[in-house]
Design a protein around this ligand. Sequence first.
Ligand code: G3P
Ligand code: CA
Length: 287
Amino acid sequence: MNHQPDKLVIAHRGASAYVPEHTLAAYALALGQGADGIETDVVLSADGVPVCLHDLWLETTTDVAERFDGRTRSDGHYYAIEFTAEQITQLCAFGRVAREDRPALPCLLVPSLEDLLRFRQLLHRTTGRLFTLLIELKAPHFHREQGKPLEEPVLEVLNRYGCNSADCGVILQSFDAQSLQRLRRELGTHLPLFQLTVHPVTSHQMDEIAAYAQGISAQRWLIEDGEGNPVEGGELASGCHQLGLKLLVWTMGRDEDAVRRMFWQYGADGVITDNPDVAVNARGQET
Ligand code: G3P
Ligand code: CA
């Protein structure tokens, strides 16, 4: 693993403020803007392949409805888990732009996690740069219910690409504590694990998290409110640091001052942002 700064800028679904989320173009732009890492979400295809998608269904960000008209479940969604990896990775990803605005965009494909790992290897081989890869396992409970646990296929592809040690630059995160504990205790991964949360974390909960994880990924509103004021109980960084945990904060955007405060006032070890260029600037301007 090459050297990474103490305070990380991690691109949320790539440079998703500028280019459709979860495309190789969005990931590449983020790195061009100086991001240290990429955050990606993964869900499984019908044939058990981890693909880079935020939603469990495809119609919100791709042209699946045009290509596979009617292949929905009874709730009207085109679930990724109903389509093969080959079918999913040939869809065009448009991010969250309105459907009527899609024709103006180029067709950018949906990558699999393996595509992203190959991209990471290529960049390493050609530039010496090895970016941090923060992988969010999406809805592990849903995948278990569907009879397709998510954890094993993710570890399998990471293993195949030599990403299985604590210092290989890959981090796994999830909202699902059970899934993280399973990854650590049952599946024996050495990768750093981060607990995602939208809820305040008590000191007792923090002790529990420290037993299986290396960090917490906290929603920004747990630290400060929309007016830029610290919230009660928002001293998460010091609590984390006392236990040797890192703190990442999400999701930052265009507000450079807010990112600066996260780094330099509240002590976050990293931000996950839609606007990596803004965060890189903010990091360089300690107040
Ligand atoms: O990385 C944190 C953030 O990605 C969690 O929320 O909904 O964007 O996956 P979401
Ligand atoms: Ca995510």
